[in-house]
Design a protein around this ligand. Sequence first.
Ligand code: ZN
Length: 150
Amino acid sequence: MTWHWYFARAGEIFVDLDSGRKWRCFVRAQALPRFVRVEIVPSATIGHYHVRVELDRDLGEAERIALALHLGTDPLGAQHAMMRLARHIQPVTCLVTQNAFSRAADDRCECATKHDSLSAMLACPAGRTYRSHSTADWYGSTPWDVSPWE
Ligand SMILES: [Zn+2]
């Protein structure tokens, strides 16, 4: 299957919505005046969504991560982006999705499974290029059984 890799640009954010409650919160927030365009595609998990928001202005990386958190994005993904920002590792914010948005993806891969572990990332050509670190490298394993890659 084809996976589309998107790296957030200065005028866009990605929101990874991993629950129905977060979905409802996001729908209410869509009226924010700084949103120019919103695209929503299903993620690989039923009931979860990936969202691409075009903003009416360019924002810095940290402000875009904060806005994505405000809109309910997966906090572990945002934590990972903050660490990449702090360590000057590019791309800072990355979304990997099966369903393409309207703009061209920054890269693609043809992996058979979801990129939900460091070993899956290292088995992927794009994963090796863009995601060869995990938050566990910086902090040790999380105290809960959740992958920061999703
Ligand atoms: Zn891959």
